[in-house]
Design a protein around this ligand. Structure first.
Ligand SMILES: [Zn+2]
Length: 137
């Protein structure tokens, strides 16, 4: 998976992140794509700030190209050198996102050295999810 490459040298020097794009199908959220770090994002050892407007731009493009089915469904970031457990800032940021994402629930992914951490968020509440690994990596 592409997100894994951000845990390898040289990318693992700083955190990386992006948004998840997909669609809502009844009770399911299908993730079809993720954006990757862009030039104007701020990447630090222990921090990733998704400042580049290109992420939102991609979501808007997919929204119109798909006839209003594919959109922002969540975000991902890495914890290189650390566990994938979310920080207090992560949880706070995610709760904020769920408050603004009125389209539906949001998926939050962290990739750390010890694996993945995933949560589903709706209206400020977060539920940790277990991940089923894909067959074809
Ligand atoms: Zn984090």
């Amino acid at each position: 998976m592409r997100i894994d490459s951000y845990l390898r040298i040289p990318e693992r020097a700083t955190e990386a992140g992006g948004i998840l794009i997909g669609c809502y199908r009844g009770p399911h959220i299908e993730i079809t794509e993720c954006s990757e770090p862009l030039r104007r994002d701020r990447r630090a050892r222990l921090r990733f700030d998704r400042d580049d407007p290109g992420h939102q731009g991609l979501a808007s493009r997919r929204w119109s190209e798909s006839g209003r089915t594919h959109t922002f469904v969540g975000e991902w970031h890495t914890h290189p050198g650390f566990s994938s457990t979310p920080s207090t800032i992560d949880l706070k940021t995610w709760r904020e996102i769920t408050r603004h994402n009125i389209a539906g629930s949001s998926v939050f992914l962290i990739r750390g050295d010890d694996g993945w951490w995933a949560a589903l968020g709706t209206a400020r509440s977060l539920t940790q999810m277990s991940l089923v690994p894909p067959d074809d990596e």
